[in-house]
Write a protein that binds this ligand. Structure first.
Ligand code: CAO
Length: 420
């Protein structure tokens, strides 16, 4: 790493008027990459995640610390004229303002996009809502699973004989934050050319759908031909008129499934994900001890395999029965079979390689001590993000107001008036 290179986003001033997960995930990544991110929070407890699911009484919850590292905190009542005046001063000096309040909350506070743009035409305004402006549901408050329901993830996840199922991956929250980050960085580049900032909006429904595009592909295929040959339903169960839930089937042209390994009876994660790569069929047969499958017409093409794909997987499970998931992957990798052990969160937390790469990091947090969190999944050749602790509520209030030109007396008055 070249330590002389400044952090990529150094000098970018971000007002982080966000809460819960979608907005904070976006601004946290900006902070990791060097932006000066100031979290603006309510006086009464700040971001709700400070209090939710606490593991240590009287200390900010991991939910908060894991989404707000590398930031500063200003605690202020922005619904007072004095608090609004502080926000307006901050907006005049900032490059980016990000918010994810309920629809209309910022307008009610006196901070409409028109007003923000007037205060600082260069500022980029990033906004997350559950639904986009054209949606009949645009007034709804939205959390993660609501977005997964509306974005197509729920109806297509799970097993065909069970209910729609949520994903544990934050498709609605962090994923939307990442989309917003792409939009904000794009708008920052556009500003280099135009000198003017713009509003960047991402809805959670749209961001979920963007990740479910293969299911929209399948809907079109279904309407065209009436079946989806890579789904477990094919060819024995009739398809309806909408994409069904496909269990653990592979999403592309390569069939795959979750297969049991040695010890599955006692260990809920003793499984691998196994993929049959069409171009690797001969080596796959060799790997699982079935060389006779290579040229057998009942097995040698994807089309021939599909009607009895679960018998094939059952045979492969017999081969896996005396191998742990790690032993199995170690063998299969030598035959170029795309596969991985199903890792528990415990295995991930203690994985030395994820620690070495900075994907999982230990961070020192005031009052809490060391805790584990995710580091940057994005790796740069000239820069390595350092993850630091999250701010205490209002930890930087005095510093921020002093920097804005408020005198000690004025700050004391704001305190007396319960503005800060
Ligand atoms: N000072 C004074 N008031 C403040 C403030 C501050 N510093 N910060 C926020 N507020 C006010 C807001 O203006 C709002 O006031 P009004 O409702 O009177 O206008 C109020 O606090 C509550 O805002 P909120 O948006 O946080 O409302 P909520 O907690 O009821 O809803 C959520 C939370 C997430 C459902 C909603 O914000 C939402 O739908 N956001 C958009 C979608 C989204 O990002 N969801 C992802 C959440 S991650 O799972």
């Amino acid at each position: 790493m070249n330590t002389e290179v400044p952090q990529p986003l150094s000098g970018v001033k971000v007002i982080d008027f966000t809460g819960v997960q979608a907005g904070p995930a976006c601004t946290q990544m900006m902070a990791w990459f060097g932006a000066d991110v100031l979290k603006v929070e309510r006086l009464d407890g700040g971001d709700v995640t400070r209090h939710q699911l606490r593991d240590i009484p009287d200390h900010d919850a991991l939910y908060f610390t894991m989404l707000n590292s590398n930031k500063r905190s200003l605690a202020i009542n922005t619904k007072t004229p004095e608090g609004l005046a502080v926000m307006e001063k901050l907006i005049r000096e900032a490059d980016v303002l990000v918010e994810n309040f309920a629809p209309g909350a910022l307008d009610r506070m006196g901070l409409s996009w028109d007003h923000i743009h007037e205060l600082n035409p260069r500022l980029i305004f990033g906004s997350v809502k559950g639904f986009n402006e054209q949606s009949p549901w645009k007034d709804l408050k939205v959390y993660e699973n609501v977005a997964q329901a509306a974005g197509g993830a729920l109806s297509t996840t799970g097993f065909w004989d069970g209910p729609p199922t949520v994903s544990s991956a934050a498709l609605g929250d962090s994923n939307t934050g990442m989309h917003l980050l792409i939009g904000i960085l794009t708008a920052l580049l556009a500003r280099e050319k135009t000198g003017v900032g713009q509003k960047v909006s991402v809805s959670m429904q749209d961001a979920v759908l963007n990740l479910c595009r293969v299911k929209l592909r399948d809907q079109e295929r279904l309407e065209a031909v009436g079946y989806l040959e890579e789904y477990p339903q094919y060819p024995n169960t009739p398809f309806g008129d909408a994409v069904p839930r496909g269990g653990n089937a592979g999403g592309g042209g390569q069939p795959g499934w979750v297969l049991k390994c040695k010890g599955w009876q006692d260990d809920p994660n003793s499984y691998i994900y196994f993929t049959i790569q069409e171009q690797n069929w001969a080596k796959t047969c060799e790997a699982v001890g079935k060389p006779e499958w290579v040229d057998d017409p009942a097995y040698s093409t994807a089309e021939a395999r599909q009607p009895h794909i679960f018998d094939i997987f059952a045979d492969i499970e017999k081969w896996l029965a005396d191998k742990t998931k790690y032993e199995a992957v170690d063998i299969l990798r030598t035959y170029d079979v795309p596969c991985a052990p199903v890792l528990s969160m415990k295995e991930i937390a203690y994985d030395p390689a994820l620690r070495a790469s900075g994907t999982v990091v230990e961070v020192e947090q005031e009052g809490r001590g060391k805790y584990l969190t995710v580091g940057s999944p994005v790796k740069f050749s000239d820069f390595s993000p350092t993850i630091t602790g999250a701010p205490l509520l209002g930890e930087h209030t005095i510093d921020v107001l002093s920097d804005l030109g408020y005198t000690t007396d004025q700050i004391a008055e704001l305190k007396t008036a319960h503005v800060i």
